[in-house]
Design a protein around this ligand. Sequence first.
Ligand code: PEP
Ligand code: MN
Length: 338
Amino acid sequence: MLIVMDKNADDAKIDGVVAAVEKAGFSARRIPGGHRTAVGVIHNGKNTDPDRFLNLPGVREVIPVTKPYKLVSREFKPEDTVVKVKNAVIGGSSFAVIAGPCAVESREQTDIIADMVKKSGGTILRGGAFKPRTSPYSFQGLGEDGLKILAAASDRTGLPFVSEAVDEESLEIVARYADMIQIGARNMQNFSLLKKAGAVKRPILLKRGICATVEELLMAAEYILEAGNPDVVLCERGVRTFADHCRNILDLSAVTVIRKESHLPVIVDPSHSAGRREQVVPLGLAAAAAGAQGLIAEVHHCPEEALCDGAQALLPNQLDILCKLSCQISEMIKGAAI
Ligand code: PEP
Ligand code: MN
């Protein structure tokens, strides 16, 4: 339920509404807007009577929210959320390009790739230190040493960095080093991890689960917001189907639905959807045209020697093209009624 305040409702009136909501046994979230403040009511039952709040001083209207998610919905917050990742932003009208290796392999490899990302105009560096691998015999990542390597490359280039946490233990470690924490597709419905991510003071990059619906993705994000962290970026990375001409089918309609339903920024990962290099740039450009607010792509200076996902790693010149054209496309469609 959303309690919309009058334009000129002062703090005392808003406080009064918050107190009334809490007295009723629910939780209240202040949602300041461009023109007026709203108070979001959560933890209330489906059948809460809107009239109990309608006559409070300063209340303009009470809107029941019928969706299973609330805090992430546009009903609760009509304006786009802009997530700050140190000196970079994701969301609003800016277009972010996150790029880097699938996995941190060495200091030298990470430095070379971080320089490539910087030179191409990428805004955030990515790199996995804790890798969720399908086979237990595959390279599992360098762990904390990998984060130290990323932190050094980040300091040197000025690019903030994102890295994945695969469980509660790695979440704590990643939070100590990274500017943004990734929760990957395999953990999208790891609800205890989501709650922990909600208590961390770092923005979260939440990827869509391999077989998850858009609604399930939004509810996963709701866990993080509900636990107190408003800085969540959603990522479409393709879903598993019967098709074998690519790794996962990139679902660009998800981007349009998310932008309509949620105020959270949405970016696209063309690398894990493609699974092969030649599809990554076309999918990334299509994502920009569909209204994605950024991309996350894997890149490697020597993909044939990569310890993880070499087949989908962009070559340096491809990253240049992706950065340049995706930003141009995003600029071109800005303001278009799509
Ligand atoms: C990754 O980004 O390194 C990754 C493993 O992606 P996903 O969780 O989308 O498979
Ligand atoms: Mn990868």
